[in-house]
Design a protein around this ligand. Sequence first.
Ligand SMILES: C[S@@+](CC[C@H](N)C(=O)[O-])C[C@H]1O[C@@H](n2cnc3c(N)ncnc32)[C@H](O)[C@@H]1O
Length: 272
Amino acid sequence: MWAPFWRLRPSKFCLNSGGRSKKRRLYFKRAGGGMNKSVDAKFDVFFNRCRSERWSRSKFIDAIHGSPKNPLLPEISRRRSELNDMPAQNLHSSYQAKSGGGGPKSVRSKIISLPPSYGKVLYLLASMSKAHLLVEAGSGFGVSSMYLAAAARSCGGILFSFEIAQYADIARDSVSLICPKSRVINADFNYFNSHLSADSNVDFAFIDAKHDADSILRGHKNLKGWLSSKAMIVVDDISYSESSKYAWRKLVRDEEFGFAASVNGRLGVLAY
Ligand SMILES: C[S@@+](CC[C@H](N)C(=O)[O-])C[C@H]1O[C@@H](n2cnc3c(N)ncnc32)[C@H](O)[C@@H]1O
């Protein structure tokens, strides 16, 4: 019997071993006990490839359904509400160029920020990766950055998050609440490596800047060569448009990553 999503937890997962066209899905059953279960979201996982020594299907499923205990998470919720109440901020001019000048000129945090359930997934994956150096393309107002910064802090690591728009200042204030040594840089992610020392190795990257194929694939290409042997890349909004879907299909074909999966058709995950 199916239950509302807040009462569900994964009980088993059923995976087809065969051809590409077969969808591999998680199945859920009703959680025992009362309403107040800590597992509050149901994630549908599609595994494209599981040949990683670090990430098995079950480890991944357990990871994304975990209940993070980090005391900084309530502070992230508080800051998220504060950001939601802020006035709209000017979008970076490059968005006007792309839309021929007809697109929106300003943006608010609640429109672009990663929702709480996905923020938790990001936190859990970065923490499980024991990431010491994390990078982010597109800080926005710093909501996703705060989840990454919390993971960085819990692992003794550091986040470098990149935002081209002026509101990088706001993201910086968000991140400094969570991990003062992490940094928000008001610059183009395409040049992220000029902010790192040459011997740096990136353990975790979150790509959430522009969602067209060119930007996503460029981010991925720029990261290669900087990744550590345990690196994970998470791409947000892989189903946002035909262009982002195309980019994700291309990324999945990169056999260098032994693990490739997507969560709710939204987060694309690649890992060694
Ligand atoms: C979807 S929003 C990011 C939201 C944020 N990750 C969150 O969940 O809270 C995308 C952001 O990427 C920024 N952006 C776009 N292209 C970029 C680039 N090349 N380098 C850095 N930031 C970029 C935009 O200005 C915008 O604020």
